[in-house]
Design a protein around this ligand. Structure first.
Ligand code: 5GP
Length: 171
């Protein structure tokens, strides 16, 4: 029978969230910034980081569709666009996981082309470097992970298990 092995505990995640939020605070400084989550998987990470931010920040969301039945379809579609005006502003995009990088590549092109921010930074909770198909470097990475399909803390298994407070993988 399948068993869920814990990869990162709630405490490990909370500790890393505080460290990353501190780095983002240092980056924002006295400027204004828009913090963007890629829905839906980034939401728990986004909410935890956002609560640790101390500067002048606004929230916004983008939604993409890229995976069909736990496999990369290779096609990425923006299903919800930003609603805030980010032109000339610092933005930080928060994502749950960088895998092939195809989703992020599409988001970056879209935001640069249609929204013209002053600066764009990337923050991901998990990085699966092994699977990368395009060149994308995140500015802040929570944890490097091997090539497992991970679930919990926003990451789904066919839309379930996003509510787990920890991150695990099936063994
Ligand atoms: P990429 O386009 O970089 O291959 O994939 C990015 C998206 O695929 C993530 O936002 C996430 O929704 C999904 N994804 C990639 N790897 C995993 C994984 O290990 N677990 C889950 N639940 N989703 C993943």
């Amino acid at each position: 029978m399948k068993k869920l092995e814990v990869l990162f505990t709630e405490e490990q995640i909370a500790q890393r969230v505080r460290e990353i939020a501190q780095d983002i605070n240092d980056y924002i400084g006295n400027d204004e910034a828009v913090i963007i989550a890629n829905l839906k998987g980034a939401i728990p990470f986004y909410a935890d980081v956002f609560r640790c931010l101390t500067g002048k920040v606004r929230m916004d969301f983008i939604e993409t569709q890229s995976y069909v039945n736990n496999a990369s379809s290779g096609h990425v579609k923006i299903t919800r666009d930003l609603s805030e005006n980010v032109e000339g502003k610092k933005i930080v995009i928060i994502e749950d996981i960088l895998d092939t990088g195809l989703t992020f590549e599409h988001i970056l092109k879209h935001i640069k082309h249609f929204h013209n921010p002053k600066e764009l930074k990337i923050c991901v909770l998990l990085n699966k470097e092994e699977n990368r198909e395009v060149v994308i470097k995140a500015d802040w990475i929570g944890f490097e992970i091997p090539n497992h399909y991970v679930v919990g803390y926003g990451l789904d298994d066919e839309q379930y298990l996003r509510n787990l407070p920890y991150i695990g993988y099936w063994v």
